[in-house]
Every structure is written in C-alpha cells, then in structure tokens.
Ligand binder design. Sequence first.
Ligand code: DCT
Ligand code: MG
Length: 398
Amino acid sequence: LDISWFTDSMREGRPVAVETRHLIQVCARCSTPTPVARVSQYACQRRTTTENNNKILTDAFEVLAESYELNQLEGPCLAFRRAASVLKSLPWAVQCLGATQGLPCLGEHTKALIEEILQYGHSFEVEKILSDERYQTLKLFTSVFGVGPKTAEKWYRRGLRSFSDILAEPSIQLNRMQQSGFLHYGDISRAVSKAEARALGNIIDEAVHAITPDGILALTGGFRRGKEFGHDVDFIVTTPEQGKEETLLPNIIDRLKEQGILLYSDYQTSTFDISKLPSHKFEAMDHFAKCFLILRLEGSLVDRGLNSTEGDSRGWRAVRVDLVSPPMERYAYALLGWTGSRQFERDLRRFARLEQHMLLDNHALYDKTKKEFLAATTERDIFAHLGLEYIEPWQRNA
Ligand code: DCT
Ligand code: MG
C-alpha cells in the first residue's frame, strides 16, 4: 500500500483528510495488516463478500457453533457464529493472534482456538467433536429435510444411529416432509449450482407470468448474495394488484403439478395482519404465504448440465425451492429479510433494537420512539431509516 502521499503531506504540514476505514496498521510480529478503524460488532455495518480469507478458522468455529446448536445451547452457538462472521469480513488472513487485537466478538474460547489452529494447523477440540458419535449422528439425522434438532435427539436417545435404523423402526411414523426427505435424500443433500438456480428461475418466472402478466419474481437467499452453490433456491413472488398475491402460490403450485415437476409441496397460507403489528412477537419465521417445494429439474434445461454425481444417468434431479409471497407494499422488507445471510439478518434486527430503538422483521420497521411504522419501497429506504450505509446483497455474506 502506497501511503507516501499521506506521510509527505504530514511532513510538509499540509492538512489531509483521511477516511480511517481505509487505513491499516501492520502487525509487528507477523506483518498481517489490520484495520485501524474499528470493525463493527454488527454484521450490518460490515461488508462481507463470498471470498473468505479465514476459512480454516471460520470452518472450525462453525463446527463448534453447530455442536452447540445440536445441543440446543443458543448462547455459545451464537457467540461462535458472531466470531466466524467477524473473521469472514476481513480482507486478509489472520496469521497471528496479535492481528486479531481490537476485533469485536472474539472471546477467550475463540482466541484459544485461533492460537491452536495457527500453531498446529487444526484444533484438537474440533477434531474431537467431529469424531464424536453423538455429533455425527445428530448431524446425519438433521441433514434430512424435515428433521430438526429435537427429532434427531429423540431418535438418538432411542439408540438409533443410521438411516436404516430409522427406516426399520416400526414405531417411527415419518411425516410427509420427512418421507420426501428420505426419498430424495441423495439429490437434495447435494448442492444446487448457480446454473440450476437460473433454470429454476426460468420455470418459476414462466409460471408467474402465465398466471398474472404483471407478476413480479425476485431471486433471494444465497444466490442473490452471489453464492456459487446453495442448499435450496429462494424466490419472492408477488403482484402489484392488492390481494391477488393470496392466490398466486396455489396457482403456481397447480401449474407445476400439471407440468409433472412437483415432487413435494408444503403450502402455508398467509397469517399476516398489518393491524396486529407490532403486537405479535418479532419472531424468526414471517407470516407471509409461502411454500416449501421439491421440484424435478431436467438436465436439458440447465446450462452445462446438472450438478449430479458421476454415473447418474437419470437426466434430472430433485431440488429444494422456497417461494414466499408478500403483499406488494411489504416487498422491500420481505426482500431484505429473505436475502440473508441469517447472521446479517440477526444483526440488522439487533442493531435496530439496541442502537435505534426500532423493531425490524420481514414485514415492517417500527420506530418505538415515534410510535410509528416506517414505509419503504426499496431496501435502500430501510437502511436509510436505520441510519446505516447501504450494503449491497453481495456484501451481506456475513
Ligand atoms: N429466512 C428467514 N426466516 C426463516 C428462514 C430464512 O427470514 N425462518 C431468511 C434468511 C436467509 C433466507 O431467508 C434464505 O434462507 P436459507 O435458504 O436457509 O439461507 P441461504 O442463505 O439461502 O443459504 P443456502 O445458500 O444454503 O440456501
Ligand atoms: Mg437458500
């Protein structure tokens, strides 16, 4: 980095204006550059692209977070997710513990882990978790569509350890979602590629516009953030005609069924009621109409073919697709909420609550001081209401 213009100006007594967020200091021990400006504790005040320079560290943190999550210990799970998120936002690789000085959200435990990994290349604690039977089993069970940590735990306690144990157990009644989860396990546990997401976008787009010519379709989730792969494809569908969005999803589902590509559908009607806001809890799951689908995607529709395993000659694969259908006047909030990442969303809400005395969720933003809802037609409006610099979707990979 050439900062001679800066040092020259200082020497010559010329006044200079510098944006401190662009300034770096260099660690005396390992030469790692670290930012002079404070890194915010809130992911919504950091720019995090898909390029992760600290993957070896964040992968380790993710194992610990997951292990806590599977044991339903929310506090420590979130602490590791926050720490991972801070390291993901750094434009360089951490090479010594000194280089993490001043960074937020790194506690004793995370620092010990960083030191261990930098020294040995791996962490003994992480390896121990990865080879733990309980962790492996819970991870396997929760990898099935429709199986959460509680069900996985129940099965584990009953001594079940494999899919064949579960499927051979006569007293277990799988629900419809779990049955589909097992039926399409190989396909839906394999990542969805960007090209596959595009092909699905064409299918949904065609359906939406056949139903309502002025329909609106937006890609959200990880693919909107520029990810190359995802576990599903998320879309928002709506229409400017008020009330018409209510029938949009059932019509799309019917159409996909007629085309013979609907393998599974769980449709949830809207429970959204503006007059009840914000009296209900600002919880994680929103009240918009939505559906969780499994679709049959033909390889011929995908540029350069399907992301399938070698030797798979079926010519199609099953893919998970989520559709959410907010009323048009809620579009900006729904888009912001469904774009993620989850960590970015958590911190947007935390920032709103703690720094601005506001309540944010996928439906609305409520100003507790003014006692009013703040209208927004674009995501930019919402960032502005919150007093935040706009962060592009591809910078929200916190
Ligand atoms: N979301 C939400 N409420 C939920 C679940 C999700 O608001 N109950 C938001 C946050 C992220 C976004 O929807 C999409 O969710 P996922 O598909 O789970 O996340 P993703 O970032 O798209 O990850 P992946 O690429 O693995 O699909
Ligand atoms: Mg997704």
